[in-house]
Design a protein around this ligand. Structure first.
Ligand SMILES: C[S@@+](CC[C@H](N)C(=O)[O-])C[C@H]1O[C@@H](n2cnc3c(N)ncnc32)[C@H](O)[C@@H]1O
Length: 215
C-alpha cells in the first residue's frame, strides 16, 4: 500500500498519510474557523489584501493555490481569482472543496469568482491569454525549514509535496507576464535571494509579503 491515500468520505475527498497520526486533510471553505477569518479576520485590512491591493473586480492569478485559503480570501473580497495548482492530488482536493462551498448559500458568490486550473503555473504564464493585474506567489521555498509554526494541513502538505525547487523560474515568469504587481508570500525571516528587490514589504507575525510593483 502506498503511504498517501486519497479517499472519498461522507464529508468529502481526504488525503491521508498512513505513516502519521494526523487527521486526513480535507479542505473545507465552509468550516467555522475559516469563515471566522473571512468575516472577522480584517477583510481588506488583512495583510494579504493590502499586499494585493484587493478591490472589487481585481484580477488575480494565484500561481501556488495549495490549500486555497489565500485565493478564497481574495475572492471573498471581490477579486476574480484564477488559482493554479500543479499537484493533481491537491487540485482534486481543491475542486472537491470548491464544489461543496458552491452549495453553501453564503459562499456561492465567492466560489463563482474563482477558477481552478490544474497544471504548472510557469507553463500557464508563458502562454497567458489575459494578463492579470496581480500575480500571487506562495511557494514552498527550498530554504524553508521545518518550522514549529507550520501546523496541521500545511504540515501535511509539506510532507506530501516537499519544497518547490523552481521558485526563480516561477518568479521570472510572473515578473515578465505583463502584470502590474507580483506579490510573494514568504516566511518572515526567509533569506532566499531573488534577483530583483521588492518595491515594499509588509510584515506580519511569522510571514511577510514582498510586493513588486512593475511600471
Ligand atoms: C505553500 S503552498 C500555497 C498555500 C496557499 N497560499 C494557501 O493559501 O493555502 C504552495 C503550493 O503551490 C504549489 N505550486 C508550487 N509551484 C507551482 C507551480 N509552478 N505551478 C502550480 N502550482 C505550484 C505547490 O504544489 C503547493 O501546493
Amino acid at each position: 500500500m502506498s503511504r498517501y491515500v486519497l479517499q472519498t468520505t461522507a464529508s468529502g475527498l481526504c488525503l491521508e498519510d498512513t505513516f502519521s497520526d494526523q487527521h486526513p486533510t480535507l479542505l473545507d471553505f465552509t468550516s467555522g474557523q475559516f469563515n471566522y477569518r473571512l468575516k472577522k479576520g480584517g477583510g481588506r485590512r488583512e495583510l494579504l489584501a493590502k499586499a494585493v491591493g484587493a478591490k472589487d473586480g481585481t484580477n488575480v492569478i494565484d500561481c501556488t493555490a495549495g490549500l486555497g485559503r489565500d485565493a478564497f480570501l481574495l475572492a471573498s473580497l471581490g477579486c476574480r481569482v484564477t488559482m493554479i495548482e500543479r499537484s493533481p492530488v491537491v487540485a482534486l482536493l481543491l475542486d472537491d472543496a470548491l464544489e461543496r462551498a458552491l452549495h453553501h448559500e453564503d459562499l456561492a458568490e465567492t466560489v463563482a469568482r474563482i477558477e481552478l486550473v490544474s497544471g504548472n503555473a510557469i507553463d500557464y504564464l508563458n502562454d497567458v491569454q489575459t494578463v492579470p493585474e496581480v500575480i500571487m506567489l506562495d511557494p514552498m521555498f527550498p530554504a524553508r525549514k521545518k518550522s514549529a509554526r507550520v501546523k496541521g494541513d500545511m504540515q501535511m502538505m509539506q510532507r506530501f509535496l516537499g519544497t518547490d525547487g523552481d521558485v526563480d523560474t516561477l518568479f521570472a515568469a510572473a515578473y515578465s507576464s505583463g502584470c502590474s504587481r507580483v506579490v510573494l508570500k514568504r516566511p518572515l525571516h526567509d533569506k532566499y535571494e531573488l534577483p530583483i528587490k521588492p518595491t515594499n514589504t509588509l510584515r506580519g507575525g511569522s510571514i511577510r509579503f514582498d510586493v513588486f510593483v512593475i511600471s
